[in-house]
Design a protein around this ligand. Sequence first.
Ligand code: NAD
Ligand code: LMR
Length: 339
Amino acid sequence: HPPSTPMQGSTSLRWANCRAKGGAPGFKVAILGAAGGIGQPLALLMKMNPLVSVLHLYDVVNSPGVTADISHMDTGAVVRGFLGAPQLENALVGMDLVIIPAGVPRKPGMTRDDLFKINAGIVRTLCAGVAKCCPHAIVNLISNPVNSTVPIAAEVFKNAGIYDPKRLLGVTTLDVVRANTFVAEVLGIDPREVNVPVVGGHSGVTILPLLSQVKPPCSFTSEEIDYLTSRIQNGGTEVVEAKAGAGSATLSMAFAAAKFADACLRGLRGDAGIVECAFVASQVTELPFFASKVRLGRGGAEEIFPLGPLTEYERAGLDKAKEELAGSIEKGVYFIRKS
Ligand code: NAD
Ligand code: LMR
């Protein structure tokens, strides 16, 4: 692959060359869908991340403007923009981490599964590009419905002969971020002190907060458990309704995606003890994919933790989650196998 020609507004070539000569400590990160509601604030946050040496911003529209804007930030990462399908490959060559928030968002009254028709094809195309140009990159998949798009990506990677389940991660961090916030509100403490494991998947009843495993240890009344479970499961819909047709969560999602990407980069660097929830290929249940706590390392999701002891309430939630998840996973797999 020839080196890409940065579009106008990208970081100056002189600084890019200077960083490259200095060994450019840090990682190369691409955002696919970088001009979108999530993509723009996520690009901002990744440009602020000192672990990022090179930031590629790809979209089918508006990436030149976003790139010009972000490239004026006086942080270290070299920024380059890429516009449209002919530039996808140059956006991807050499990347260590690819974050994918490309695709349409929900409007009020829609389920995440209603997005499948459009987003399945987008994810297929982008993942084929990843397989060809940066087959060893870690992939953070945000596009909905995550419960189906992750199986789609896995099938694309299998067909290309490069599938490593440890490197494909569906981003469910927003569920954890919401759970931490809502639990902290109930407990009257700082949300930064709270850690709620959220397992299962990323849609309705498949979002299963394990309130019996909250850190710091605490207890809830059954009314609080009902309230918190329902609020966490419907957090996305709460935002979709408040935005009233203007899209779904973008700012809190960009925050969550940046948090998760930073954890992946620290894992890649070799830091110890990096644990986050993510939707991954899994043997934690009988389903082929499941979200649970994973340990992030140089190879991606290097260890997947079991669910731990569940309450009766959580076991009933798990049964419901698994029933819906099974269909969503199958739908994603079938989308690729039939074509
Ligand atoms: P948006 O419409 O604001 O932005 C999407 C961007 O994707 C647009 O800029 C669009 O041009 C781009 N795009 C479309 N097709 C593309 C392609 N083939 N290649 C590259 N880019 C392409 O939407 P948004 O609010 O940013 O949401 C994006 C996706 O993220 C939606 O599917 C949404 O449901 C999902 N989402 C997931 C989570 C999660 O927790 N995993 C949270 C919020 C939103
Ligand atoms: C979310 O949880 O906010 C996202 O999945 C977007 C949505 O459609 O709810």
